[in-house]
Design a protein around this ligand. Structure first.
Ligand SMILES: [Fe+2]
Ligand SMILES: [Fe+2]
Length: 177
């Protein structure tokens, strides 16, 4: 990493690619969870609200990518299936496991967006403003999940550590591929 914060060479195409992939993955996770959970449950209600915010994040990155002619990750079909499967699997374990999934994912996304904001510095205020806006909502999602008892999920430490490792891998791959 030879780039410094605010360096105009910050690789914005790679940033948009990974961010769009992440927001897309988030919509797929929530789609998987909502497919399993009954529509009327309190957990489904929380998830539907977060999912609509992820849709907004995704649409914004889609628009920025189109404007700036950045191609999406080639791994999109994989995130389609893996995201949905992760969502469905965690919801099948329990409502609290579904919340633990959000807790884990948003913890990594927060870290990822914080790193990007540091890397962007003042070089791209338009993108930085969106990332800061979305980051605040991701933190709300994490806190919503924690307030809903994420930590009471069975095998919470293992579950969240595994999901967090998966997120870091997905982030690393989507930057490059
Ligand atoms: Fe998001
Ligand atoms: Fe989120």
């Amino acid at each position: 990493m030879s780039r410094r914060p605010g360096d105009p060479r910050a690789d914005v195409a790679s940033m948009l690619r990974v961010d769009q992939a992440g927001e897309y993955g988030a919509t797929r996770i929530y789609a998987g969870q909502l497919a399993v959970l009954g529509k009327g449950s309190p957990t489904a209600h929380l998830i539907a609200r977060m999912a609509s915010q992820e849709e907004r994040h995704l649409k914004r990155f889609d628009a920025l990518m189109a404007e700036r002619q950045v191609r999406p990750t080639l791994l999109q079909p994989l995130w389609n299936v893996a995201g949905f499967a992760l969502g469905a699997a965690t919801a099948l374990i329990s409502d609290k496991a579904a919340m633990a999934c959000t807790d884990a994912v948003e913890t990594e996304i927060d870290r990822h967006y914080a790193e990007q904001l540091a890397e962007l510095g003042d070089s791209d205020p338009e993108l930085a403003a969106d990332i800061a806006d979305f980051r605040a909502e991701e933190l709300e999602h994490r806190d919503t999940a924690r307030a809903a008892g994420a930590a009471e999920a069975i095998a919470y430490p293992l579950l969240t550590a595994t999901i967090r490792a998966g997120c870091r891998l997905a982030i690393g791959l989507s930057k490059r591929i």
